[in-house]
Design a protein around this ligand. Structure first.
Ligand SMILES: Nc1nc2c(ncn2[C@@H]2O[C@H](COP(=O)(O)OP(=O)(O)OP(=O)(O)O)[C@@H](O)[C@H]2O)c(=O)[nH]1
Ligand SMILES: [Mg+2]
Length: 478
């Protein structure tokens, strides 16, 4: 048992220090594919299979940023066959993303060409690894912290120009710096408690400021999470009110079938949509009604499920006619099977181009908020609908649109959870201090620990579990 554990430990240690090769571009058809080779023997490994066009270059003695143009040859001596042409760039450990010697091979794109080059590098001595392990080395060697790794991952999945911008700003350490500033503030308070240098009023002020800082970051998470995990918006309503027409109009394409006969849409369909830079997943589904048609019935059941799990629901009505008493009776968030506490319902009156016969004042009273008036067919009133969709993000959109400089934004659930824990403990410390005038340094230390974990992961070392929490795209290999 003990021997087995030792064997696993030794293997893990060996893997931590060996030379790895990773394909860092998507395996699809494209002009260029990139393979990164990182580790103590990166230059020697690539040097075994790469021949510079000029010949005689000192590849292994290259310095950071040097570029070489040449051929990747099959491993196995001078008579070996060419595998691909490539431009190779060298980064020495002090300048590289991983904190190790790094060779970047830019070969021809396309799954086969890239795979051939990777296989050659592996035959020359590197071990194939995933992106997570590659980034993990950067984490372990303090080239990046967890927040930067998360930002880099979020950047690869960014759906809108705004999200790419916000993630880049966080990758450039804006959020990390704000967190370390809060950590330093905590240290300063704790130091003053030890030396007894600060009057009670000043400590109180500093604690309140700390809490304010944490709250401000917490507020940003609504915006950041909407960018990293797009909210689901479903369009609900009776058949024929114009749901599919709105779906097409918002997407600016004839994506789904529109017809004057009620009961046209059966399956649900979703597409990504950007509203003022906020990505949403928009869903169209069957119109809600009692029906004996078996297929339509299935569609209605699915539609109910979609609305139940959506983050926001656009509840659409046909404004060109009023509802009958029975319909008004069923017109409430609960009767529609929606949870009033969990989601935002946006009532929308459609077909205003035909004149409004619906009692919209009564509708406003039922939902206790503004009602949107639109014509999905003529494209009228869509701005007000879009405004309502992004209203809770508006201050952040305005901030980023007016180029006011970098702003820290919390953008993953891991970050949000740690921050809310830090905030709760800080609130406790403030409460105790206000009542007892004694500062519990241990409690303050807990806040600091949560913030450290925010930047560096649990235990401040990079375990497989940490990586898996931080990087979702690639499975972390043992
Ligand atoms: N005049 C007018 N007609 C509209 C408007 N929006 C939709 N329509 C028409 O209403 C009819 C139904 O539109 P759909 O978009 O298919 O309605 P739906 O709610 O998806 O219907 P189901 O799929 O059956 O649930 C079509 O003839 C549309 O052209 C509008 O704003 N004004
Ligand atoms: Mg439809």
């Amino acid at each position: 048992m003990q021997q087995e554990r030792l064997r696993v430990q030794l293997k893990a240690q060996r893997m931590r220090n060996d030379t790895i090769a990773v394909i860092t571009t998507p395996l699809g058809e494209g002009g260029i594919g990139v393979i990164q080779v990182s580790g103590p023997d990166a230059l020697e490994t690539v040097g075994r299979v790469f021949r510079g066009k000029k010949g005689g270059e000192d590849f292994c003695g290259a310095s950071s940023g040097e570029l070489f143009y040449g051929i990747v040859m099959a491993a196995g001596g001078a008579a070996s066959t060419p595998i691909d042409e490539a431009i190779v760039c060298v980064w020495r450990s002090e300048d590289s993303l991983t904190g190790e010697d790094l060779v970047e091979i830019n070969c021809h794109g396309g799954p086969r060409a890239v795979r051939n080059t990777l296989d050659t590098v592996i035959e020359a001595g590197a071990r194939e690894a995933g992106w997570a392990e590659f980034l993990g080395r950067g984490l372990r060697n303090n080239r990046m912290d967890c927040v930067q790794v998360e930002a880099q991952e979020a950047l690869t999945r960014a759906k809108t120009r705004l999200s790419a911008r916000v993630f880049l700003v966080q990758y450039q350490r804006t959020l990390s710096q704000r967190i370390s500033q809060l950590e330093a503030d905590i240290d300063a308070i704790a130091d003053n408690v030890h030396t007894g240098g600060l009057p009670h009023k000043d400590v109180l002020n500093k604690l309140a400021l700390l809490l304010e800082g944490l709250d401000e970051l917490m507020d940003s998470s609504v915006f950041g999470l909407a960018l990293s995990s797009p909210q689901r918006v479903s369009i609900a309503g009776a058949p024929n009110v114009g749901k599919s027409t709105l779906f097409n109009t918002l997407l600016k394409e004839e994506r789904v079938i529109v017809h004057h006969l009620p009961g046209t849409t059966r399956d649900y369909i979703s597409e990504y949509l950007s509203v003022r830079g906020i990505p949403f997943e928009l869903v169209d589904s069957a119109g809600l009604r009692e029906t004996h048609d078996h297929v339509e019935k299935k569609g209605v059941e699915r539609a109910h499920e979609v609305h139940k799990h959506a983050d926001k629901v656009i509840l659409m009505l046909d404004g060109s006619r009023d509802l009958c008493d029975k319909e008004w009776m069923s017109m409430s968030i609960r009767n529609l099977g929606l949870d009033p506490d969990k989601k935002q319902v946006i009532p929308v009156v459609n077909k205003i181009d035909l004149g409004v016969a619906l009692d919209t004042a009564r509708l406003e009273a039922v939902f206790g908020g503004p009602v949107c008036h639109i014509s999905a067919l003529k494209g009228l009133g869509l701005e007000s609908l879009e405004k309502l969709l992004v209203r809770e993000f508006q201050p952040y959109i305005d901030y980023y649109e007016t180029n006011c400089g970098p702003k820290p934004v919390v953008f993953t659930e891991r970050q949000q959870l740690l921050l809310s824990q830090a905030r709760d403990v800080a609130g406790e410390a403030l409460g105790t201090f206000t009542h007892t005038r004694a500062l519990d340094v241990e409690t303050l230390g807990l806040v600091r620990d949560k913030l450290r974990e925010f930047r560096h992961g649990p235990g401040h070392n990079v375990s497989k579990e940490t990586l898996q929490k931080v990087v979702h795209t690639t499975e972390v290999k043992d």
